[in-house]
Design a protein around this ligand. Sequence first.
Ligand code: KIV
Length: 252
Amino acid sequence: MKSTTRSLRALKGVRPIVCLTAYDVSTARIADAGGADLILVGDSLGNVVLGLPDTVGVTLDMMIHHSAAVVRAQTEALVVGDLPFGLAHDSFPKLLGYCRRFLQEGGVKAVKIEGGASLAPAIARLVDAGIPVMGHVGMLPQRVHSAGYRRRGLTSEDQKKILIDAQAVAAAGAFAMVVECVDETFMPKITEAVSVPTIGIGSGRGCDGQILVLEDMLGLNPRPPKFVKVYGQLGDRIEAAVRSYSEEVRRR
Ligand code: KIV
């Protein structure tokens, strides 16, 4: 059955939500066939596919190009596009224009926005304009140059900030939110404090769902983040297949 923002939201407290990233039609088909409820066209596109050092260099045009490819897989999973660095902080008419392009040209059904309480008014206006929004709190990879890749929620002061962010994003109308690299003993408190599903990455079990970068969990990234469980060493298997091909071609 096709996932929608409403069907996913309704899964809170019913069963865990399965989310994966994809950046093209073939990986989107695999994620969908494997049981994902939600496919995120993440701006991790930058690191994973484009060889960039981080997500800061990813543009809206890049995201739209890859989102359109993922959408062509016609998945049952809901396809969500990641709004690139800085755009959520633009004026509201510009932000609405970026999101409109994402939905109309990229074909995604919702937009993910990194940021907390300071972006809640913009999220509320987008939701009011008919743009479904997925939040993203905790560690924010787009802030690598200002805050680094720092695990969050290790002090009570930081925990308070994260709770304020999560509650503001939920109150603004986000249908779900990613919670990245938050201390796993604190994570259940966030899940309890918000009425929408929390989708964890590197935040332990106390979430309403989990998301991983597909290439990381398939063993295609030689240096995945420490928290990633690798479910298959496909990098080695693909290399072995290519080696067999090379040998056969060379033997004519
Ligand atoms: O860009 C991305 O892939 C993400 C997820 C891993 C949450 O934001």
